[in-house]
Design a protein around this ligand. Structure first.
Ligand code: UD1
Length: 386
């Protein structure tokens, strides 16, 4: 039932979309801020179901207090084409049912692009949060999603100053671009006090004996196709992680994609190393607890580059490029690529010196979602101009 406004007109609807793990921590503060700062808008939520495992999904909704989705499209996994097409086919009738005034997408996953494309073709304005990030590496599926989603969007919220130049270069009108800051950092600020202590994570995993004292261990995550889909590259990276465990205790939280590749290529024994603890994917509060007390984080995730910068924890990124250059220019991030020698040299340097010291980037202040909600409110007040 649509709640009427005082003058009995239905409230304009904003249809928010999530699909996979990195979307959830972005959407949680946006939906909360829309309800508080733009109450005349009726924010609804669609989950495409791109991620469906409890560890990649429900844990986040519960921990972050995200409202239950109005609709779950249950698309699941597939090739890029099949997954994107499935989201599109199932999202169209959802749009017809909900009839929103605008669709809000976040990030750069397949669901982001698929829903933006369906909305744009139905002449429904698109809002993109986390616009303008570019790795300039089109072999990355997310880079294609970013470029195309931005082309389809009417209101583009950016996280760092470089993004505006990237968007202008691609012909996006300046009036559409709004520098709002990083919404993931809103979530981080809100939840830091609730982060799960490492000792609790180890107890829950039945590994109370694992020697991960505060500030004395490394956290590793890895899931990019470029790192995990090739047996040779994955094998070398697993050997590198095992080498790292000679230097300090390592907690490796293993993404389902990585887990299935390790099994497929028969690489499981590479993880049987003292002081290397392999764990399933963590919930948000658990991951925050691990990162905040880590001496160093090694990862190929986009979000973790940002979270470690916000936490002031050194991050060694297992990629040659980043779409988030502010984490390198101002934050604690160093690009290491896939070369074991370089990764281990950077790790040794980090252990010797305490690691790269950074500062908090502009507008990563915990108030990004408020700026976003206020901008959407004023745009809605003008009738959602394209
Ligand atoms: C997706 C995003 C990526 C993001 C990542 C975070 C795209 C193109 N990629 O990558 O940008 O950084 O999510 O996790 O959208 N699987 C499960 N259970 C799940 C989900 C996935 O077992 O709940 C396994 C399946 O084997 C699946 C594989 O992981 O085939 C990959 O899942 P998919 O959603 O295609 O991409 P991710 O690698 O998770």
């Amino acid at each position: 039932m649509q709640m009427p406004t005082p003058d009995h007109r239905p409230r304009p609807r904003i249809l928010c979309v999530v699909g996979a793990r990195p979307n959830f921590m972005k959407m949680a503060p946006i939906m909360a801020a829309l309800s508080e700062y733009a109450p005349e808008l009726d924010a609804r939520l669609v989950h495409t179901g791109q991620h469906y495992d409890k560890s990649m999904n429900h844990q986040y909704f519960d921990a972050l207090g995200i409202p239950a989705p109005d609709i779950n499209l249950e698309v699941g996994s597939g090739s890029h084409a099949a997954q994107t097409a499935d989201v599109m086919r199932r999202f169209e009738p959802a749009l017809d049912e909900i009839r929103p005034s605008a669709v809000l997408v976040v990030g750069d996953i397949n669901s982001t692009l698929a829903c933006a494309l369906v909305a744009a073709k139905k002449s429904i304005p698109v809002i993109h949060v986390e616009a303008g990030l570019r790795s300039f590496d089109r072999s990355m599926p997310e880079e294609i999603n970013r470029i195309l989603t931005d082309q389809l969007s009417d209101l583009l919220f950016t996280t760092e100053r470089h993004c505006r130049d990237n968007l202008l270069r691609e012909g996006i009108a300046e009036t559409r671009i709004h520098f709002a800051g990083n919404v993931m950092i809103d979530t981080l600020h809100r939840n830091l006090q609730r982060a799960v202590p490492v000792a609790d994570i180890l107890r829950h995993a039945g590994r109370k004996d694992f020697p991960a004292d505060r500030g004395g261990f490394a956290v590793v995550t890895m899931h990019r196709p470029s790192n995990v889909d090739d047996p040779h590259i994955l094998g070398r990276l697993l050997d590198t992680i095992a080498q790292a465990a000679h230097r300090l205790p390592v907690i490796f939280t293993i993404h389902p994609r990585t887990r299935s590749m390790i099994d497929k290529f028969g690489l499981r024994r590479k993880l049987d190393v003292p002081r290397l603890l392999a764990l399933p994917p963590m919930g948000y509060l658990e991951m925050l607890g691990l990162m905040k007390d880590a001496r160093v984080v090694l990862s190929d995730s986009g979000g973790i580059q940002e979270e470690t910068t916000a936490l002031g924890v050194p991050c060694i990124t297992l990629r040659n490029n980043t779409e988030r250059p502010v984490t390198v220019d101002e934050g604690t991030n160093i690009l290491a690529g896939q070369d074991p020698e370089r990764i281990l040299a950077l790790l040794d340097e980090t252990l010797r010196t305490g690691g790269k010291v950074g500062r908090i980037p502009e507008f990563w202040d915990g108030k990004t979602s408020v700026r976003i909600a206020q901008t959407i409110r004023s745009w809605a007040g003008k009738g959602f101009p394209r």
